[in-house]
Design a protein around this ligand. Structure first.
Ligand code: SF4
Length: 325
């Protein structure tokens, strides 16, 4: 089964920039970007990011805002912050090179068991397993295991299953083959079992229950959130607000000030958008705002030229709102 899957992967694997040239740094950046983001969205951003920050030293030297700007559109901005913090540690503790020890990799900000396993297997050829949504689905079907992909006990069971299967000779290809199979053949809906290189070993296929595994998730309704934000403009400049790390959403990112957080009055409505962020359904309205006479601005605000506003408002929520204005 392993040989068949590896042969298939080497024949059909999709061309991706991080597969053309492999290095620990390149694999690390790609793995962080690919968490919760599609290959299609990551590909153009990855090239530009690598050009701006070709190695850990360049990334560590860059100011946080410059890194966030390159991350714009990918969402989950804590990943970009952690990437930079990890680069600082790599420079300070590992002479600028991504560590080849699993425990040292795991100690870096933003690097969990999956990411450490992926980087060490792909870029260092070490036999570590990886388990992501694709691998959970493939193993659930291949071994006929009923379970929910988000159930921690089931996920742990898949890790236990995955670890001894990793071949010492080609751990990176094996891990990528499993993920590639899940992404292109053993897809969530209507898997293409007829084109699957491991169908003759697949329990779910033999029983005809491939559409029933893994078990469906319990539906979770998104939490509704409403914001009213102010558009405060003065002399060709826009007032922006840095959200604190205590905020529920878009922590530590520049945005438009919410009404009620400044001594300002709100006027007519000039735009509104709906936007989804990690299980939250936001409805954001944009109101013309003007600062009250003598109002002092808090330190988390600043004026930026209107033409530069997009450089600071990196979340796609703000870009959508700017367009709706
Ligand atoms: Fe998935 Fe079908 Fe292949 Fe089984 S035979 S691993 S269900 S694609």
């Amino acid at each position: 089964m392993r040989a068949a899957l590896l042969r298939w992967y080497r024949r059909v694997r999709r061309d991706m920039p991080w597969r053309r040239e492999v290095s620990p740094y390149r694999t690390w950046v790609s793995e962080i970007m690919l968490q919760q983001t599609t290959v299609a969205a990551v590909t153009p951003k990855y090239e530009a990011f690598l050009k701006a920050f070709p190695n850990a030293r360049a990334l560590a030297r860059a100011p946080e805002d410059a890194v966030l700007k390159r991350w714009a559109g990918l969402g989950y901005y804590s990943r970009a912050r952690n990437l930079r913090r990890a680069a600082l540690e790599i420079v300070a503790k590992h002479r600028g090179e991504f560590p080849s020890s699993f425990d040292e990799a795991l100690a870096l900000p933003g690097v969990g068991r999956y990411t450490a396993g992926a980087i060490l297997s792909i870029a260092f050829g070490q036999p570590h397993a990886v388990v992501d949504g694709n691998v959970i689905r493939v193993f659930s079907r291949l071994f006929g295991l009923p379970g929910r992909a988000k159930d921690p006990a089931f996920v742990e069971k898949i890790w236990e299953l995955a670890a001894p299967l990793v071949p010492k000779a080609a751990p990176g290809d094996w891990n990528q083959a499993l993920m590639e199979l899940g992404a292109t053949v053993c897809t969530p809906d209507s898997p293409s079992c007829g084109a699957c290189p491991v169908s003759k070993d697949c329990v779910a296929f033999k029983k005809g229950i491939q559409d029933e595994l893994p078990l469906p998730e319990k539906r979770r309704e998104p939490t509704p959130v409403r914001w009213s934000c102010l558009w405060i403009e003065r002399g060709g400049k826009l007032l922006i607000w840095r959200r604190s790390d205590k905020e529920r959403l878009l922590k530590n990112l520049w945005g438009l000030p919410e009404a009620g957080r400044l001594r300002a009055s709100a006027g007519r409505r000039i735009g509104a958008v709906s936007h989804a962020i990690t299980h939250h359904a936001l409805t954001v309205e944009l109101l013309e705002g003007s600062l009250d006479a003598g109002a002092e601005l808090p330190p988390e605000t600043k004026w930026v030229p209107l033409s530069k506003a997009r450089d600071h408002l990196v979340s796609s929520l703000w870009l959508k709102l700017l367009k709706a204005r």
